[in-house]
Ligand binder design. Structure first.
Ligand SMILES: Cc1cc2nc3c(=O)[nH]c(=O)nc-3n(C[C@H](O)[C@H](O)[C@H](O)COP(=O)(O)O)c2cc1C
Length: 379
């Protein structure tokens, strides 16, 4: 399978093309729209999320609610485009409107400066429009299609926010509890800690500052043997790390015990293996996070990802004006203060994409019936 996304933040639309989905996958579009609504929610989001209510349109590859086996094209129209057409249209922009939207006070922590130098641009808008996390809307839509493919095999993905700006939840949660996170303000499962985190975000907003945070994403029901020990490029942990790290503002990814392995002994970290006729092979612990040797081992997959604080600060950081080379305060367009709730939703989408690809790589299949049959034949 292959996913391509396209689209600028204030352009006409965002597009995703998914190639390689088998025929006869039932697509529930309202579930895609529900995921898009979740991506736009959470305490700490900026004004844009209120302007636009994202909805997906399927342009190709699905007929009467079922995939055909042809490329599936998803589209989200940017409702805000009406206000940006004169400066973002693909032809005949109004020079005054372009000038009004020009950004040269390049923002630290963004792609602005490096992108301008690399692509020979005088206006950071030509970089930031693509660098923006708006792109993740269409990745969430595609991720929901992949999730529906995985769900047909009994594979489920869930997650929650375990940390916001130093307020950390050390609790251990069963997979079923994770669903509750979607009904909270910022995705935390401990209501007291969430209350503190919300207060913290509100305070940061008052101070013109921002927050990041950490999310845990878990996968239940994936059989062993997905990914590969034979080829480093197909290692499942490597692919999951790439999928998560490709999301804007993610600066660290952990699998299972993650960075804690660095200060633990072997006895403390490795999951011993047992066997009974009834259970087959099993482990009593899962510090490996469900992946050994680059392959799923049948246990829950456990991943963590850390998001840096949003780099646009209302009390802008110091920078240089690209045009004048003078010292300046970085530009600040309307912006999120904290987007950790959204990040959890996007992270699940990225994980769904990687896992659907790993399943497809191993099992192939032109129809969902073939995929399901092959999956159930596995030990
Ligand atoms: C869901 C989400 C929302 C974001 N919202 C904003 C925002 O409102 N303002 C901002 O400056 N950065 C925001 N970011 C972060 C930037 O997109 C990101 O830091 C920037 O593109 C640079 O990429 P990098 O951090 O991966 O190096 C957001 C990221 C995510 C995942």
């Amino acid at each position: 399978m292959k996913l391509t996304t396209a689209g600028e933040s204030h352009g006409k639309a965002l597009i995703a093309v998914i190639e390689g989905l088998p025929a006869h996958l039932t697509i529930d579009i309202e579930k895609v729209n529900a995921a898009l609504a979740l991506r736009q929610s959470g305490f700490g989001r900026g004004a844009r999320q209120k302007i636009e209510k994202d909805r997906v349109e399927v342009l190709t590859g699905v007929r009467n609610g079922e995939t055909l086996g042809s490329p599936v094209t998803l589209c989200i129209y940017n409702r805000d485009f009406a206000n940006w057409e004169s400066s973002m249209s693909s032809e005949r922009c109004d020079p005054d409107a372009m000038e009004a939207k020009k950004l040269t006070k390049v923002r630290p922590g963004h792609a602005d400066l490096t992108g301008m130098l690399k692509y020979g641009q005088e206006d950071a808008r030509n970089i930031l429009e693509r660098a923006s996390a708006r792109e993740t809307a269409i990745r969430v839509a595609a991720g929901e299609i992949y999730r529906q493919y995985l769900a047909a095999l009994g594979v489920e993905i869930g997650g929650y926010v375990y940390e916001v700006c130093g307020i950390k939840d050390e609790g251990k949660y069963a997979f079923n509890q994770l669903l509750q996170a979607k009904n909270t303000q910022i995705g935390m499962l401990n209501a007291d800690l969430e209350g503190l985190a919300v207060e913290k975000i509100a305070q940061l907003k008052k101070d013109g500052d921002t927050a990041g945070g950490g999310v845990e994403i878990r996968v239940r029901g994936l059989k062993s043997g997905f990914g590969s020990v034979m080829s480093y490029t197909e290692k499942l942990d490597a692919q999951l790390a790439q999928g998560l790290m490709s999301i804007q503002a993610i600066k660290g990814v952990e699998v299972g015990a993650g960075f804690a392995v660095a200060n633990a002994s072997g006895k403390e970290i490795h999951d011993e293996i047992f066997y009974t006729q009834e259970k087959g092979f099993y482990r009593n612990t899962n510090r490996a996070g469900g992946i050994e040797g680059g392959m799923s081992n049948g246990e829950e997959i456990i991943l963590r990802a850390a998001m840096k604080p949003i780099p646009t600060l209302m009390k802008g950081l110091q920078t240089v004006d690209y045009a004048t080379k003078e010292k300046a305060v970085a530009a600040s367009e309307r912006s999120d203060v904290c987007a950790i709730f959204a990040l959890e939703i996007i992270g699940e989408a990225a994980v769904a994409e990687v896992l659907a690809n790993a399943v497809s790589k191993r099992l192939g299949g032109d129809t969902m019936e073939e995929v399901i049959q092959r999956y159930h034949l596995l030990p």
